[in-house]
Design a protein around this ligand. Structure first.
Ligand code: SF4
Ligand code: MG
Length: 325
């Protein structure tokens, strides 16, 4: 399988300023602190981790909605981090983002027709009747009645709104979609419908997804491979089955031990791994392995040695832990 997107040593740091008149930088929030992975053509790569670990910032940096502090992003042949202006705009057209909250991401004063058709106008792809036909087709594709074209967002449920958001993202025929917790704000009863729609669209349109979520069950359902983030770093990345059945990183093991299993006999025998303490501040991540303050199996080397490298432990199962490699 081909690589569609590759990120190398990506960093996104935000300056922390102090002072009212004379502002000076007193530190930086290391939201994303040196991550490397690739997304393959046609796959869904799940990206999981607790809130604040850098998942959304990673997604935004890939689409250049946040300019990276350091590192490289390649999309197909282009190095996005090295281009700007019209050439960046051309590449960006093939990459779209779906945000968590379909209530906040739709302009309440615009009709569904103008919302979904806007990207076509912006990119000069269609106008007039051609645009209206394409919008009707897009609504049909996401399972909405094409007659909804003249209605406003407030007339729709959360699930329908997320379908409108998806239709808008698809308007320009993207290849790659970053979906940032696309179902987290929806009723549980609606979540499966939207996930199923996304899977159907992936099949039919040959889409590639980066699917960001904190819900490990949803990620297990939709992903081909899964990456786990902790405090600005990817600590483990593997095929879905390998990650869920044989997690190698102590953080992944803890996350998975907290997911309930439907079978009560297994559930009763299972051990929960409780992580002590809070996630440290991304302004000042711990020395050595940044997970050592909470890791149940940490040894001295974890505190004193340099941060563990993110390495292939075999068959493309990547992990960053001194005890594994
Ligand atoms: Fe835990 Fe040490 Fe591995 Fe870090 S390197 S995850 S602290 S065992
Ligand atoms: Mg987020």
């Amino acid at each position: 399988t081909q690589t569609l997107l590759r990120i190398e040593d990506l960093q996104v740091h935000f300056p922390v300023m102090e002072g009212l008149i004379f502002q000076r930088q007193v530190g930086s929030v290391k939201a994303v602190d040196g991550i490397t992975f690739e997304v393959r053509q046609g796959e869904t790569l799940g990206l999981v981790g607790e809130s604040g670990c850098g998942k959304s910032t990673t997604g935004k940096a890939i689409l250049q909605l946040e300019r990276p502090t350091a590192g490289k992003i390649y999309f197909k042949e282009a190095e996005l981090t090295a281009i700007s202006g019209e050439s960046l705009r051309q590449q960006r057209r093939e990459m779209q983002m779906i945000f968590q909250d379909p209530y906040a991401s739709l302009n309440p004063r615009m009709t569904v027709g103008s919302i979904v058709g806007e990207p076509l106008e912006v990119h000069g792809l269609a106008s007039g009747k051609e645009k209206r036909d394409r919008v009707a087709e897009l609504l049909h594709i996401v399972g909405l009645n094409p007659k909804f074209i003249t209605r406003y967002p407030h007339e729709f449920s959360g699930g329908q709104r997320q379908r409108i958001v998806i239709a808008r993202a698809l308007a320009v025929n993207p290849k790659f979609i970053v979906a940032d917790e696309p179902i987290a704000a929806l009723d549980v009863s609606i979540q499966a419908q939207v996930v199923n729609l996304m899977q159907k669209l992936q099949q039919e349109l040959g889409l590639t997804y980066l699917f960001i979520a904190h819900d490990l069950s949803v990620v297990r359902h939709i992903s081909d491979r899964v990456a786990v983030m902790y405090l600005g770093k990817v600590v483990e990345l593997a095929d879905r089955v390998a990650l869920y059945e044989n997690p190698l990183h102590p953080y992944t093991q803890a996350l998975l031990s907290a997911v309930p299993i439907p079978d009560p006999t297994i559930e009763a025998k299972r051990e929960r791994i409780i992580l002590e303490g809070d996630v440290p501040s991304p302004t000042n991540p711990p020395q050595g392995c940044r997970f050592h303050t909470r890791c149940p199996v940490a040894v001295d080397a974890c505190r004193h040695n340099p941060e563990p490298e993110f390495k292939d432990a075999g068959n493309g199962h990547y992990v960053a832990c001194h005890l594994v490699n």
